[in-house]
Design a protein around this ligand. Structure first.
Ligand SMILES: [Zn+2]
Length: 190
């Protein structure tokens, strides 16, 4: 694949592996044309299709409470809990406000870009093409409590991003799972 000069430069600088960049090039290769750094009435998504009013956000697994990859910090639990809840509430507000104004909002986890990129591209394409597109469910960790005396077990509380369902509780071992990078992204190929 021929690389533009700026792509070559960014490979040299090692910036080619950000999930935003990976998604943008995949969308571009799929023939979907978007605007970069475009504003919407509610925030600045990672990818924007202004005419179709489709906004795409990539949410970091740690900061936005991914059910598979959020890792409970060992210290300052209250600080991190309120940070997490704050982020999820901001995501929710932004998503619901955009959707109320007729936008279709795709939110991907960082790990989905690395693990299942073609599905993410399909989701964006469907959002662009289907008038009555229904976004996939998006459960988010909003609080995690260590269970004292239970080793590394913890209780996680999850909320759905859009639907006001009751919080859902889950007991599990403290996660330290990382996603797999299934695609090769050489840091410097030139
Ligand atoms: Zn994740």
């Amino acid at each position: 694949m021929a690389l533009s000069r700026s792509e070559q430069m960014s490979r040299i600088r090692g910036k080619d592996t950000s999930p935003e960049r990976i998604l943008r090039s995949a969308l571009w290769r799929a023939g979907l044309r978007f605007r970069l750094q475009a504003r919407t009435p509610h925030g600045r998504p990672d990818v924007v299709f202004p005419k179709a009013r489709v906004a795409v956000f990539i949410d970091g697994c740690f900061w936005h409470g991914c059910p598979e990859h959020y890792v409970r910090p060992r210290t300052r639990n209250e600080f991190w809990s309120s940070k997490l809840l704050e982020n999820v509430e901001r995501d929710r507000r932004q998503t619901l406000q955009l959707e109320a104004e007729g936008w279709r909002v795709c939110r991907f986890w960082e790990h989905q870009i690395f693990e299942t990129l073609p599905e993410a591209v399909d989701t964006v394409r469907e959002a662009l093409q289907q008038e009555r597109w229904i976004p996939p469910n998006s459960w988010r960790v909003v609080q995690v409590d260590a269970l004292p005396g239970e080793g590394d077990m913890e209780q996680r509380w999850l909320e759905e991003l859009r639907v006001s369902l009751p919080r859902h509780a889950l007991v599990a071992r403290r996660s330290t799972k990382k996603w797999k990078r299934t695609r090769e992204h050489p840091r410097s190929s030139v």
